[in-house]
Design a protein around this ligand. Sequence first.
Ligand SMILES: [Zn+2]
Length: 222
Amino acid sequence: MSPHTINPRYDRSFPTCYDPHEALPPARGRLRLWALSGAACVIAASVLLASSGGDMDFYRRQASDPTWLVKAAEFHGHLGPWLIVGAMVGDHALKQLETRGHWLIDVTCSMPADKHKPPFTCLLDGLQTSSGATMGKCNLHLTWEPKRWGDAWPVIAVVRPAREGQAAAGVLYKPRPALKAFLERMTPDRIEELSREMARKRVEDFFEVSPATNLPTTGPGE
Ligand SMILES: [Zn+2]
């Protein structure tokens, strides 16, 4: 393990993704010291760095970066493809459902249990920053539902529950082969470059998008 690897749970078995903390220059002494104290301190260090004017060791901001991408990268702590996937889907879903999100939606991401760790779960932070559904509000869920979706993953369902006379509605995102094909182009030195390229594409390039029917529509936080 390299001296600046700060997330021991990071999955290195997936050949198309890399730990961004290893791909970019070593963190400063302050962050390295905190990293030794565990994951909670990593989160605290990210918040500290994010609040210091975007001076992030793990994200090299460019002037051309759109606001939504900056927001996602600074919240998450780096710019990576799984983060971008989540941010794109959440943003697309809010537009499709004509909702402001946050308390007004319910989001479920289905991935195999052995993928319930970074880099795959970076997708959840993208969903949180773009849709406003969060783990804390209990309206963002990580599941694995092979009976419903077969072996496809990630499958993301964004549901707007019925409210104030407005019928329930939802959008379902099932991955196209193009998603994996794009991720297979990733190399450690091109994570940010290819993440930006990904961000310029359409959600439909990577997912089959369809109306979500027969999905649970319990209200957020219930
Ligand atoms: Zn990540």
